[in-house]
Design a protein around this ligand. Structure first.
Ligand code: PLP
Length: 397
């Protein structure tokens, strides 16, 4: 279907899979089959075995390719499976340049796994283009960006990094989990592969773990298709259907959550106990103008820093609404503690170096009423203040 003239909001619903061609069903059928009958072994059908291709997974793969503006999409069993499989494009003695405050699991994959296969890496502050230019080596094959980064919401200039990468014949991979193609489309900015943890905003309901990759051109598509089939960490038919269902409401979920995130970021910035709020929607955020240029909104994730671990403990004890969990991008607000959750796999010294302190909390804003969330936080801060006051007055608690 040519849906190019439609707005993104409409494209989410009106694409090649708006109804099933055979039955008219207004929901992609779940093809719960591992294998497909071959009428004639000389002329195999389009599908033969579900690792290599499954119609439900294919519906998701073409949908995400259409939304990101890429040649081909791929669905994997998790975001990490999508990321790891994409790194299999590399060979021994190749080198990867990577954002220093990258997702903890990606850090672990590169640091602890790729190294064993003779793939070198350098972590850089991707927001500093001079550092990026200096760190590119003759054997650098991939520059890996996460913007906004996790959990400090630092902004990397995608086009500028792509330019440096291209001049050195490197591919650029962008983890677009925080933005989704609704807010940011890295392929249009020159990137070669876009990666997603579809577990987060794309599926959006805390009920499925999934990953997506979209490539810009067909040649790279052939290579990734080969790796997806060789490595085999594909998304199941049922989970593909759940992700497809999530995509239909992506626009209204992320828009609403973003509006609330803006209000909550402002509310938190006025709170004396909050030392800093990291949110690309603030005009004084160092990456604000770059972000506005390459994305159409700040998204629904923000981080904020309390004085220390003790304050974090008290805060999380008193809040009622957000779930306190790993993950983000869901209908319910999720509060997480990067030092012990998403970034637990990073050594403490590395964490401190990257500003992921023991007082840092990350909030993914969901679909609750923003005033309810702000009230909830205010009550928790009041309790903490009461505690500090009592301590300073020498009251035994
Ligand atoms: C969660 C996440 C991942 C990993 O995805 P999984 O689906 O958990 O494997 C990668 N990148 C970012 C930015 C994430 O938030």
């Amino acid at each position: 279907m040519n849906n190019k003239s439609y707005s993104f909001q409409t494209k989410l619903l009106h694409n090649d899979h708006k109804f099933d061609k055979q039955t008219g069903a207004v929901s992609v059928p779940i093809q719960q089959a591992s294998t497909f009958h071959q009428i004639d072994f000389d002329q195999p059908g389009k599908y033969d075995y579900s690792r290599s291709g499954n119609p439900t997974r294919e519906a998701l793969e073409t949908t995400i390719a259409n939304l990101e503006g890429g040649a081909r999409g791929f669905a994997f069993a998790s975001g990490m499976a999508a990321i790891s499989t994409s790194f299999m494009l590399l060979s021994q003695n190749d080198h990867v340049l990577i954002s220093e405050d990258v997702y903890g699991g990606t850090y672990r994959m590169i640091h602890d796994v790729l190294g064993r296969f003779g793939i070198e890496h350098t972590f850089v502050d991707m927001t500093d283009l001079e550092q990026v230019a200096t760190a590119i080596q003759s054997n650098t094959k991939v520059v890996y960006i996460e913007t906004p980064s996790n959990p400090l919401l630092k902004i990397t200039d995608i086009q500028a990094v792509v330019k440096l990468a291209k001049a050195n014949e490197c591919l650029t991979f962008v983890d677009n989990t925080f933005m989704t193609p609704l807010l940011q489309r890295p392929l249009e900015l020159g990137a070669d592969i876009v990666l997603h943890s579809a577990t987060k905003f794309i599926a959006g309901h805390s009920d499925v773990v999934a990953g997506l990759a979209v490539v810009k051109d067909e040649t790279l598509g052939e290579k990734l298709a080969f790796l997806q089939n060789s490595f085999g960490s594909i998304l199941s038919a049922h989970d593909s259907w759940l992700v497809l269902r999530g995509i239909k409401t992506l626009h209204c979920r992320l828009e609403q959550s973003s509006i609330s995130a803006f209000r909550i970021a402002h509310g938190l910035s006025k709170e004396p106990l909050v030392e800093e709020v990291y949110y690309p929607g603030f005009s004084y955020h160092p990456g604000h103008s770059t972000h506005l240029y390459q994305a159409s909104g700040p998204g629904a994730v923000l981080s904020f820093r309390l004085p220390d671990e003790h304050a974090v403990r008290m805060f999380t004890k008193h809040i009622q609404i957000p779930v306190y969990a790993v993950s983000l991008g869901a209908v319910e607000s999720i509060l997480s503690y990067p030092a012990r959750m998403s970034h637990a796999s990073m050594p403490p010294l590395e964490r401190q170096k990257r500003g992921i302190t023991d007082g840092l909390l990350r909030l993914s804003v969901g679909l609750e009423n923003a005033d309810d969330l702000l009230d909830d936080f205010k009550k928790a801060f009041a309790e903490i203040n009461k505690h500090y006051k009592a301590v300073s007055e020498g009251v035994q608690l």
